[in-house]
Write a protein that binds this ligand. Structure first.
Ligand SMILES: [Zn+2]
Length: 500
């Protein structure tokens, strides 16, 4: 049922995980934490006294014991085996603690979807009230529901701060405890489905941190909803992408089923694995006018999915402050998803260039399925570079403006939301046929974003400039010029024009 809809996946190609990443996930630590939790439940409920009525009638702002990300002051602190802890948090505006429904979230189990009409039964959670006045989940499922409500509430409050609450209406819909049929991806993944506007958690079978407890992964999926509503939905309605005469053509939804990458020979043999990305693979496309309509479509699908996945990873990092947040749950996550410049042997977050992307879309594929799987895979490579850029920007803004990481993240997230809204408005009416002579590049996206961000410190502008210039084939010579205390990337001769 999900294949026709707009879904996004958090997974990428499973490759061998370096040994130093394995130490980040300590099953022993997590097991110890969960054992302590269960012991606490037994202790607190051991007297046999029934607290049933209190959990049944609880509503409003409710205190609950949850497993969530540790509060950290810096990224260094989070580089430990198990950056999660039990803590008492307040869930706001709960209507009913049994189904965990409230202002911020509504859950669906055994869900069905008919023409984007989501139906399902509400879950039944079980809690008891401790002597200290907070509620404690009696089982894992109840703990998952309460944790998801907490993450939804936090991300919705971020939406409010950055203005995205006008797009993401409440309560957010979350599907859990539902077996997905007719699909090759049935477990260990989370999905955002644009048609239903719902986040879907698939069954989790690994032995690490279950997906609902992973706030970074939830934030990643949560972001996809903003991109879908601000950019993707409008783009679909653009005649250039809408008119698919050939049913085998790539479609803008790009929500290609998470391919089983290890079985995709094209990817295995690809020159574009993370270790060769640094090499110059660009074609000399002197005559860009010769691009077919399909190549232009594939180019934009890949670029925009890359932007989408990249910002989603940035959202996951900004929320969890954990550069390897996916790895705590999914062991086969590739090392290219880590949000650390050093791990990529980079000084600046070099973007994947226009020619590199064109190289990929013009590759030879056996069939459409193989091509789709490869485009899906490659979009995460493009995405990680965007994510690294936004993360570095937070670091520079935090340092230069003497703000906390959270405050600097909010500034960047707000600019991203404003920028994506503008981008969506532009793309919905963009004449892509004209784009044969002027394709929008990763660099162009960063340039336009910088005009929304309005850097107030030179190092902020310098980072944007260095990232922009990472495409050495780009002929534009820009520099950071200041006017009215705002820096802008400008060609020297265009100084006056660029700062209107
Ligand atoms: Zn994703």
């Amino acid at each position: 049922m999900l294949q026709r809809l707009f879904v996004f996946f958090i997974l990428c190609r499973p490759i061998n995980v370096p040994t130093n990443f394995n130490r980040l996930v300590s099953r022993r630590c997590l097991c110890t934490t969960l054992t302590t939790y269960l012991t606490t439940i037994l202790f607190l409920s051991g007297c046999g006294k029934s607290f049933k009525s209190e959990a049944l009638t609880a509503n409003g702002n409710v205190k609950v014991l949850l497993l969530s990300n540790k509060q950290v002051n810096s990224e260094l602190e989070v580089e430990e085996a198990n950056p999660f802890e039990f803590k008492v948090v307040e869930l706001f505006n709960i209507y009913d603690l049994v189904s965990l429904s409230g202002k911020y979230a509504r859950f669906y189990t055994n869900a069905t979807n008919k023409e984007n009409n989501l139906k399902g039964t509400q879950p039944i959670a079980q809690f008891f009230k401790s002597k200290k006045g907070y509620f404690v989940a009696k089982n894992n499922f109840s703990l998952e529901l309460a944790t998801l409500y907490y993450h939804t509430q936090n991300l919705a409050l971020i939406d409010q701060k950055i203005g995205a609450n006008q797009l993401n209406l409440l309560p957010r819909k979350i599907v859990i405890g539902t077996k997905i049929s007719n699909s090759s991806f049935q477990e260990n993944n989370a999905i955002y489905d644009g048609g239903m506007d719902a986040i879907i958690f698939l069954n989790y079978t690994e032995s690490n941190l279950a997906l609902p407890f992973n706030g970074g992964i939830f934030a990643h999926e949560y972001f996809h909803s903003m991109f879908y509503k601000a950019v993707q939905k409008g783009l679909e309605s653009n005649p250039f992408f809408k008119e698919n005469s050939d049913p085998s053509e790539s479609k803008i939804d790009l929500n290609l089923a998470v391919p089983k990458f290890e079985k995709n020979k094209f990817i295995e043999n690809s020159k574009m694995n993370p270790h060769t990305l640094k090499k110059d693979l660009s074609l000399e496309l002197n005559d860009i006018k010769s691009l077919s309509k399909q190549s232009i479509k594939d180019y934009y699908i890949l670029l925009l999915k890359g932007l989408n996945e990249g910002i989603a990873d940035f959202w996951g990092w900004a929320y969890s402050q954990d550069k390897n947040f996916i790895l705590h749950s999914i062991s086969k996550v590739p090392s290219i998803r880590t949000l650390d410049l050093k791990a990529h042997e980079l000084r600046i977050p070099e973007l994947v260039t226009q020619n590199m992307i064109l190289n990929e879309v013009m590759g030879t594929f056996a069939d459409q399925e193989e091509k789709s799987a490869y485009i899906n895979y490659f979009s995460y490579i493009i995405g990680t570079r965007f994510a690294l850029f936004f993360k570095e920007l937070v670091t520079v803004i935090s340092k230069e403006r003497k703000l906390s990481t959270d405050e600097a993240s909010t500034i960047v997230m707000k600019s991203i939301f404003t920028y994506l809204t503008q981008l969506g408005e532009k793309l919905v009416k963009h004449d892509f046929n004209q784009s044969k002579v002027d394709l929008i590049s990763s660099q162009d996206l960063i340039f336009e974003f910088s005009q929304v961000l309005k850097p107030t410190k030179l190092p902020e502008c310098q980072l944007i400039l260095d990232t922009f210039n990472s495409d050495t084939k780009n002929s534009k010579k820009l520099s950071c010029l200041i006017k009215n205390e705002i820096y802008a990337l400008s060609a020297p001769q265009e100084e006056s024009a660029s700062e209107k």
